[in-house]
Design a protein around this ligand. Structure first.
Ligand code: SF4
Length: 441
């Protein structure tokens, strides 16, 4: 969601004549769009703020840290000129000007956020994020999202469809429907509409070859979703379904609203109804009061579920959440134990992932290339099942749709060779580069 918000920030600034630079020291404005989900994410921002060295620049912080900490950011990082909420995005050019004279704090009502009415400068052309809801009303005990992004508001269906139509007419072939909990979409409407219906409509838009979505909540998922996934070839066979803990006791303290059997039933149905579906998940280790036996339950669930991939996190203490209060009651888990459990579950999942990837070797897959790999002469692309494929950068331009043959599998990714460039990268005209203001983010 933050990545997509940044696309709007870029859109608004570029419409106002700014140009992006990847060299922060050259920028007139440096913007940190921040995440507060874990303490480590915030620590990175504090470190980066210390490292800002350019003179006469406007340094701005927005996103979840801006919402959570407000003016305290100025105290801890006096170099910051502007702290703003993304709901203030429409005023950003004026706010930047104002903050050249004095520090400016601009936080509106998070529930009024209509960020999608602003221009967008998308990172990719063939694949586009399309938000369908904002905020979350689930209030899992460890999570700051309902506090920093507000309660869940569904985006009007007609708006979603109009955006997808417009993207398709410009040549986008993949849309990723975004929400903190896509499965509860539309429950706040007077005439509710289910997520499965939305998916069905979006998949029917001419030109759209792939529809993905994230994130799903096990409690709110409906089996009609799996029917749409099975019946519509445009809907990609991938489901990201966080389970967080395999222990019923911990799940209860997390306020997740399901137990391990409920979760397993959901994924078993998904596999039955959508053959070949790839399943990914999120796991938290070291939640307050998590015993060795609770952790064993998590390991057992990982073994049983055989996920394609898992994002594994150590519990991070977040002030003002219910879990923060539980730390005193249930006991904090030591860093050493959290790390040991993290490594143990990561090792197990790595083995499962490595095994699961082998089934792709020799197959042909359609891959959308998204970015350069950090190491080696490769680009990173994604299959319809959302698996990562590394392709040689000399043959595979970024932002293209490629038919690739999978030649090898590794621990977390596949490697392939290009068979056919199905949709080549679109070449955009270069903007005029004289006398422009530059931004970096
Ligand atoms: S459903 Fe997701 S976003 Fe919502 S409170 Fe729970 S963890 Fe946070």
């Amino acid at each position: 969601m933050n990545v997509h918000d940044s696309e709007h920030i870029s859109g608004v600034l570029e419409k106002a004549g700014y140009q992006r630079t990847d060299l922060p020291q050259e920028a007139d404005v440096v913007i940190f769009n921040t995440c507060s989900v874990r303490k480590s994410a915030e620590d990175k921002v504090w470190g980066a703020l210390q490292a800002i060295s350019g003179k006469g620049q406007v340094v701005a912080v927005c996103g979840c840290m801006a919402r959570r900490l407000g003016a305290d950011i100025f105290t801890r990082a006096p170099r910051v000129n502007l702290v703003f909420g993304v709901e203030e995005l429409g005023k950003i050019v004026d706010l930047i000007e104002m903050s050249k004279n004095s520090q400016v704090l601009a936080l509106g009502n998070v529930d009024d956020c209509e960020i999608d009415s602003h221009p967008t400068k998308r990172n990719n052309f063939l694949s586009a994020w399309v938000p369908i809801s904002y905020g979350c009303s689930r209030f899992c005990s460890y999570c700051v999202v309902p506090y920093v992004r507000g309660r869940e508001r569904s985006r009007p269906f007609s708006e979603i469809l109009a955006e997808v139509d417009s993207l398709a007419s410009e040549g986008t072939v993949e849309v990723i429907l975004l929400g903190q909990n896509v499965n509860s979409y539309g429950r706040d409407f007077q005439e509710p509409i289910g997520f499965a219906e939305v998916l069905d409509f979006v998949a029917s838009v001419e030109g759209i070859r792939r529809v993905k979505f994230e994130t799903s909540h096990p409690r709110d998922i409906s089996y009609s979703l799996f029917e749409v996934m099975r019946n519509r070839e445009e809907v990609c066979p991938h489901l990201h379904l966080p389970f967080q803990s395999g222990s019923d006791r911990v799940l209860k303290h997390m306020r997740r609203g399901y137990d391990r059997q409920f979760y397993l039933d959901v994924i078993n149905h998904a596999r039955e109804l959508v053959p070949g579906i790839s399943l990914t998940t999120d796991i938290i280790v070291g939640f307050p009061g998590e015993t060795e036996s609770d952790f064993e339950d998590t390991l057992a669930l990982v073994e049983e579920a055989q996920f394609d991939f898992a994002y594994i996190f150590k519990y991070s203490s977040r002030e003002n959440t219910r879990a923060y209060l539980l730390e005193a009651e249930l006991g904090k888990i030591s860093e050493a134990d959290k790390t040991r459990r993290f490594l143990e579950v990561s090792r197990l999942q790595d083995e499962i992932t490595e095994r699961a990837l082998k089934r792709f070797v020799g197959r042909e897959e359609e891959v959308i290339t998204l970015s350069h790999a950090k190491k080696g002469p490769y680009v990173i692309g994604r299959t319809a099942t959302n698996h990562i494929v590394l392709l040689p950068e000399k043959d595979a331009p970024i932002d293209s749709l490629i038919r690739a043959r999978i030649t090898a599998s590794g621990k977390h990714a596949l490697r392939g060779e290009v068979q056919e460039l199905l949709i080549p990268k679109r070449v955009e005209p270069l903007p005029c580069a004289e006398n422009v203001l530059r931004y970096s983010g």
